[in-house]
Write a protein that binds this ligand. Structure first.
Ligand SMILES: NC(=O)C1=CN([C@@H]2O[C@H](COP(=O)(O)OP(=O)(O)OC[C@H]3O[C@@H](n4cnc5c(N)ncnc54)[C@H](OP(=O)(O)O)[C@@H]3O)[C@@H](O)[C@H]2O)C=CC1
Ligand SMILES: O=C(O)C1=N[C@H](C(=O)O)C[C@H](O)C1
Length: 254
């Protein structure tokens, strides 16, 4: 049995992760963490990882960047691998994740769905094939509760395009403040927030007289939760410290 801890277990994603774990015959939920720790009929919920007295095989986190220091301390001290799916980390927090990954296996991705990770590979290929003849723009759409912008996925897609392009691009988030024609070396990133949109990402390659659009739409949160559980199984098998991403997982699947 894979013994899983769920961080952010009372949230929208945490609840779907618990459901996906419940349906998996090889998985057992050991405990949950959330700001409001509470007894839950199925597993104990602690208000911080430090309060958890037991052991587990892996932790899956969909919560908030504010939870990161406690999770890294917990993972490194107890040698529990971490699947970090939360988005909106600062540069300093990303550096702290890199450091912790020297001690414990960590899997981090701004999007745990298989589809977006295939899209990421396609974007890199398209950018390399189209070169500097096409302008790259990214549009992401999410529900009205989302705190961070741009989305973690939009940043992943921008990075994938940058890896394919023959130049080092500058990301432009706010065209209102840019009073000049579009520079060739820009990647524009636009965010839309509304209703209960689960998550849409569109990468537009606009050239002279032709436009290519690559798009992914998530229809439910299950795609992220299932991907996170797949990452958790991968991490528990990996055994050695390191920073892993969907690239490592997708390369095993496709
Ligand atoms: N990588 C991926 O594939 C995906 C990533 N995400 C990311 O996951 C995160 C959570 O999303 P979502 O479930 O929609 O958000 P929710 O707000 O619904 O859930 C977050 C949960 O985490 C709790 N929480 C907040 N701060 C802390 C903390 N410091 N310690 C422990 N728990 C905390 C919240 O408690 P309270 O409500 O009391 O504040 C809440 O229960 C976001 O960063 C989102 O971008 C989402 C979907 C897919
Ligand atoms: O907050 C969300 O909901 C989502 N966040 C992730 C992101 O920031 O890209 C992934 C997904 O699109 C849903």
């Amino acid at each position: 049995m894979l013994k899983v801890l769920i961080s952010g277990c009372n949230g929208h994603m945490g609840r779907v992760v618990a459901q996906v774990c419940r349906e998996a015959p090889d998985v057992e939920i050991t405990a949950g963490f959330d700001l409001l720790g509470a007894e839950n009929e199925e597993f104990p919920v602690f208000s911080s990882p430090a309060e958890f007295p037991g052991q587990a095989d892996v932790l899956i986190d969909f919560s908030s960047p504010a939870a990161l220091p406690g999770l890294l301390e917990f993972g490194t001290a107890r040698r529990i691998p971490l699947v970090l799916a939360t988005t909106g980390y600062s540069e300093e927090q990303l550096a702290a994740v890199d450091t912790a990954a020297l001690t414990v296996p960590i899997f981090r991705s701004g999007n745990m769905s298989l589809g977006v990770n295939v899209l990421t590979a396609l974007v890199e290929k398209a950018a390399a094939a189209l070169g500097d003849g096409f302008d790259v723009e990214i549009v992401e759409r999410h529900h009205n509760r989302k705190v961070d912008a741009p989305s973690g996925t939009a940043l992943m897609l921008a990075q994938a395009a940058a890896e394919g392009l023959p130049y080092s691009p500058e990301y432009v988030y706010d065209r209102q403040s840019v009073r000049r024609p579009r520079d060739k070396r820009e990647i524009g990133i636009s965010s839309v927030r509304g209703g209960n949109i689960v998550g849409d990402h569109e990468v537009i390659f606009a050239g002279r007289d032709e436009v290519i659009e690559l798009k992914h739409s998530a229809m439910s949160r299950e795609v992220f939760a299932s991907g996170a559980l797949r990452a958790a199984r991968f991490l528990s098998r990996a055994g050695v410290p390191g920073l892993y991403s969907m690239k490592d997982l997708v390369s095993q699947i496709i």
